[in-house]
Design a protein. Structure first.
Length: 296
């Protein structure tokens, strides 16, 4: 069995236009060429696609079933051409993005929505490492771009662009001893702290630690679940705990030593020696633009 794309195009065009003559006009070919292409396709498939008893061709049951497959093949061929064209224009075939959970999911979703529209043929991989793990993956050239919270010292091989500040909240369960009171620094030290942690030794672990007893957790979302169960207190991104705070599942103790909300800086990072292709460059500029729109 063998058939050509031209035969499939003639078949689909005949169905969509209702006649061989109209299909010929759409395809810019003679009617005899279109009708012959369909007839040869029927021979190749060993199935009649149309009933020709009336004035206009009507699909047979086999034709109705094969129409969907023919359309799918033609759509994939168009996609194939699009991939080849984008590669020829310097668009990457694949892009890997590492995003810390600090980055709001609604902003990420909006970026991905527009990215999919502009670069439908680019294969995308989204990873969600934490803290310095993001910069480490960029440094090792395992990812093309990273969104992370600002490190004290960024590796010299990396470049960056600030994306703004992310508000953090101290939270605990309503039944926790810290709930419902002004909390001092010494009181925080006496209760278990749940901290987000990387898979490697990190200076951030030491810098952000307050309590003598700490549980290290590799997810802000899991930390929220554990805090809700009264297992400790934590500093987490405001957007992660907004719903739980609104539903009364968590409370945010008032700090006696600090009346301001703690914020962490977000940055977009990339490797200086790894040129960004068109898709990565667009994503970089779009992330910066989204951050500026959020601030304004």
């Amino acid at each position: 069995m063998s058939f050509t794309l031209e035969q499939l195009q003639a078949f689909v065009a005949t169905v969509e236009t209702g006649s061989f003559s109209a299909a010929a006009r759409r395809l810019g070919k003679a009617q005899s060429v279109v009708s012959s292409a369909v007839a040869n396709l029927e021979i190749d498939l060993d199935n009649p696609l149309f009933s020709r008893e009336g004035r206009y061709p009507r699909l047979t049951p086999a034709g109705e079933r094969l129409l969907a497959e023919a359309r799918l093949i033609l759509e994939r061929c168009e996609y194939f051409r699009g991939v080849a064209k984008s590669l020829g224009q310097g668009v990457e075939s694949r892009l890997v993005l590492a995003v810390d959970e600090l980055y709001p999911s609604d902003l990420l979703g909006a970026l991905m929505d527009e990215f999919a529209r502009r670069f439908p043929s680019v294969e995308l991989e989204l990873l969600f490492p934490l803290m310095e793990d993001v910069s480490r993956m960029v440094l090792e050239e395992r990812v093309d771009l990273g969104i992370m919270w600002r490190q004290e010292i960024l590796p010299s091989a990396l470049d960056f662009h600030a994306l703004g500040w992310m508000p953090m909240k101290i939270v605990c369960a309503p039944v926790h001893p810290l709930a419902g009171q002004r909390v001092g620094w010494e009181e925080l030290k006496r209760h278990r702290q749940l901290m987000v942690a990387t898979r490697n030794d990190s200076e951030e672990k030491v810098r952000l630690r307050v309590a003598s007893e700490v549980w290290w957790v590799e997810s802000h979302w899991v930390i929220v679940e554990l805090v809700q169960r009264g297992l400790g207190w934590a500093y987490v991104p405001e957007h992660v705990v907004a719903r739980a705070l609104g539903e009364g599942l968590l409370v945010s103790p008032r700090l006696a030593f600090d009346e301001t909300d703690w914020q962490v800086a977000l940055e977009l990072v990339w490797h200086k020696q790894r040129p960004l292709g068109k898709a990565a460059a667009w994503l970089k500029n779009a992330a910066v633009g989204a951050a500026q729109s959020t601030r304004s």
